[in-house]
Design a protein around this ligand. Structure first.
Ligand SMILES: [Zn+2]
Length: 217
């Protein structure tokens, strides 16, 4: 791989994403057992000494139940379904998409963690997908109960499943509210997870080059 081509290609693709990424989000509400959530929320309110029937709380169980139709929208979806191999671009160098914002739910505390995913992949035989599709993969994988390591791996796996690229790196950076509003209470701390596949797993120099690009602001 020739690194000058690597870089000029990168610039082009990152610019393309900004121009084209106008597709609406695909993660819509899903059916959940709202009655069950409502009764669970009432129980929590009672358990902390609240009166679920006081005015300010009357609608809370219903609101929380509707909230879960969004937070769990990716629970049974396959992130890989968002990817199709739409283009064959024979000169395709590494494709890099940075700063895909997401919010997900920590399965240990049912609290949000919020951050950005950065994705880089090296296409095999020019097989690439629309750049906005990568953002949708992140949306689906995030809309379920997660731990950050698994979220990171599920994003790479979706690319591996559909594009079979020569290499993939996914870096996820997030602030976990379970670390900022409770427990050790360390606001501003962020957790970084990295999943590398193919040539980026095997070749330390290639991996270092991409990680350097992904972590640059
Ligand atoms: Zn947590």
């Amino acid at each position: 791989m020739e690194s000058v081509q690597h870089f000029s290609r990168l610039t082009t693709l990152v610019q393309d994403l900004k121009a084209k990424d106008t597709d609406p989000a695909v993660v819509g509400p899903v059916e959940v057992d709202r009655k069950k959530i409502e009764s669970a929320v009432r129980l929590i309110l009672e358990a902390i000494g609240e009166d679920p029937d006081r005015e300010g709380l009357l609608e809370t169980p219903d609101r929380v139940a509707r909230m879960w139709t969004e937070l769990a929208a990716g629970q049974v979806a396959d992130p890989a379904d968002q990817i199709s191999c739409e283009f064959f671009e024979s000169s395709a160098g590494v494709v890099l998409v940075k700063d895909i914002g997401f919010s997900s739910t920590c399965e240990h505390h049912l609290l949000p963690f919020v951050g950005q995913a950065h994705i880089a992949y090296l296409p095999r035989e020019g097989r690439i997908t629309g750049l906005s599709k990568l953002a949708r993969v992140v949306d689906i994988a995030a809309a379920r109960l997660q731990v950050q390591e698994r979220l990171t791996a599920q994003i790479s796996q979706a690319l591996v499943d559909k594009l079979d690229p020569l290499g993939v790196i996914v870096m996820v950076q997030a602030e976990h509210t379970c670390m900022t509003v409770r427990g050790i209470k360390k606001p501003g701390s962020s957790t970084v997870t990295i999943d590398s596949r193919g040539c980026y797993k095997e070749d330390a120099a290639l991996r270092a080059e991409i990680l350097n690009l992904l972590s640059r602001h």
